[in-house]
Design a protein around this ligand. Structure first.
Ligand code: MSP
Length: 526
């Protein structure tokens, strides 16, 4: 309805602390959410935690805690991590929240009453870390095809969801809505590997453990954790509750952002549940790639996780957010290395952006005692800078609308570098030697300051703090100078720019020394 935008991340298992790979999904969603807020949308950005299931129950047991005690500790830690990463969510749902548990029970009962859930016996294989059922022929070398770990044989009374009934409807929905599964390659994978070979009904309850939402009319059964988890996207909006105004306002979701390994759950099981409930389907499921280490998935069991807190403490949140969104084309896998991170910080942030700001502020200080005079004269290159700003804004917008974050940043940095080159071309230090060139010099410095204003608006969805530093050093105080609309006019900044010198925004890092320190810190050393 109207100008709304609903975006979600997956809800995270609070089984262990999260690593930089998990942060990647959330930073991307936050970036998109901030971009849409900048564009004036009424945004609902939902994240949360997926707290039930056998995996968590076992972890808690090992830790000598009740499952709830166990998850409470980690959920608190996750909420803090999102604060550290400046994640500005609008809703945080825990699957242990009463509103969620009641909603899931109602969904289960509704589907049962409709005949889309029926009772039977489940006999098959289960991967507990992935909370996934498999048949023998789906295994890879006898192990879980998703994570490569051992699976367990299970045989128990269970309820089944008639997934097979929705196979044709799903295929036609996917074919008729080319943006439903994005990027395109994931769509082909779903159709060819899962839908066309045929869907089997899905086991949606378990009886051999307790940590889950009891089936309302048969409490010996707990609801299968994926059916429980997927429902978060609507339970958080009050679906089937007394107050479903948020559901009415925000559903259908504009985009579910998920990692590639869970696209299957979001584009087959989830839409089938919604079809069975008679609800609209989400507009898009976007499956992004993984951050990998030496080509392999980052995972606690492989001992190769990178701790986001260590990185933020060392380099600041904006640098980490920038790196995550810039380094890897969203949708593809990307290798994470400390070296790539520090190289990016040094080249893009310290050299390009940091220098542009400190040179601009430094020159306004040095040549005009901190305040530009009113008398300013344009030079031959100004028209080009203006035109480039307009072109970059258009291309940035096109990239952001497709969630091509890296492309959007590439555009901004193309502009940053061009403006740095403009300094060399106009040589303010030469103009400064001649008093008759004062208006020309002031014009050059104004173009720099105004370019920085434009840059700071464009980077604001990615880097929440750097625009504040730019604004404070250039005394950009009016909120109207920091809106999307303000990008339409090059020259909004008042002419008499008065600077307040501040700290260097991104100090250069000594890469050799830093790599050693970082390796130690990540090993749990320093
Ligand atoms: N609880 C389920 C999701 C239920 S949504 C209804 C789950 N949780 S998770 O904690 O294992 O993963 C959450 C998200 O983090 C997933 O989208 C996953 O792809 C993402 N990532 C985990 N490791 C990752 C990388 N190394 N790189 C990028 N994303 C990664 O799945």
């Amino acid at each position: 309805m109207g100008n709304t935008f609903y975006i979600t991340t997956p809800i995270y298992y609070p089984s262990d602390k999260l690593h930089i790979g998990h942060s990647y999904t959330t930073v991307a969603a936050d970036t998109m959410s901030r971009y849409k807020k900048l564009r004036g949308f009424d945004v609902m950005f939902l994240t949360g935690t997926d707290e039930h299931g056998q995996k968590i129950e076992r972890k808690a047991e090992m830790a000598g805690k009740t499952p709830k005690e166990y998850v409470d500790g980690i959920v608190g830690w996750i909420i803090n991590l999102w604060k550290t990463l400046d994640i500005q969510y609008d809703g945080f749902i825990r699957t242990t929240d009463e509103i969620h548990e009641k909603c899931v029970q109602k969904i289960f009962t509704k589907l049962y009453e409709k005949g889309d859930i029926y009772k039977g016996v489940y006999e098959g294989l289960y991967c507990t870390p992935c909370e996934s059922f498999f048949t023998k022929h789906q295994l890879k070398d006898g192990k879980c095809p998703d994570c490569g770990r051992e699976v367990e044989s299970v045989k128990e009374d269970a309820y089944f969801f008639k997934l097979s009934k929705y196979q044709d409807a799903l295929i036609s929905h996917i074919e008729n809505n080319p943006d439903f599964i994005s990027p395109q390659t994931r769509q082909n994978e779903m159709i060819n590997n899962f839908l066309k070979p045929g869907l089997e009904d899905l086991c949606v309850s378990r009886t051999t453990f307790k940590w889950g939402i009891p089936v309302e009319f048969d409490p010996g059964h707990v609801v299968y954790v994926w059916l429980d988890a997927l429902s978060n996207y609507i339970s958080a909006l009050g679906y089937l509750s007394e107050d479903d105004s948020k559901y009415k306002k925000y559903w259908p979701c504009d985009v579910h952002l998920v990692g590639k390994e869970i696209v299957r759950f979001h584009t087959i099981i989830w839409p089938a549940m919604l079809l069975a409930l008679g609800e609209e389907l989400p507009k898009q499921v976007f499956g992004h790639g993984w951050l990998v280490i030496d080509g392999g998935k980052m995972s606690k069991s492989f001992g190769n996780v990178v701790d986001p807190e260590i990185l933020v403490n060392k380099y600041g949140v904006d640098a980490i957010r920038y790196f995550l969104m810039r380094e890897v084309a969203f949708g593809q896998d990307g290798n994470f290395t400390n070296e790539a991170l520090i190289t990016r910080i040094n080249s893009d942030l310290a050299n390009d952006l940091g220098n542009l700001l400190s040179r601009t502020v430094g020159m306004i200080d040095k040549y005009f005692g901190g305040k530009l005079p009113k008398e300013q004269e344009a030079n031959d290159l100004d028209a080009e800078i203006k035109a480039l700003a307009a072109a970059v804004i258009t291309r940035y917008e096109a990239a952001m609308e497709k969630m091509l974050f890296s492309d959007a940043l590439t555009e901004v940095w193309y502009f940053v570098r061009r403006v740095n080159k403009y300094i060399d071309e106009t040589s303010p230090w030469v103009l400064a030697k001649d008093a008759a060139q004062s208006a020309k010099l002031a014009g050059v410095l104004y173009t720099l300051a105004e370019s920085l204003r434009i840059i700071s608006v464009l980077i604001s969805p990615f880097m929440p703090n750097t625009p504040k530093a730019i604004s404070s050093q250039l005394n950009i105080s009016g909120a109207e100078l920091q809106t999307w609309d303000s990008l339409k006019t090059f020259g909004l900044l008042e002419r008499e720019v008065a600077i307040s010198k501040g700290e260097i925004v991104f100090p250069r890092i000594d890469i050799k020394k830093e790599l050693e320190e970082l390796a130690n810190a990540q090993k749990g050393g320093a």
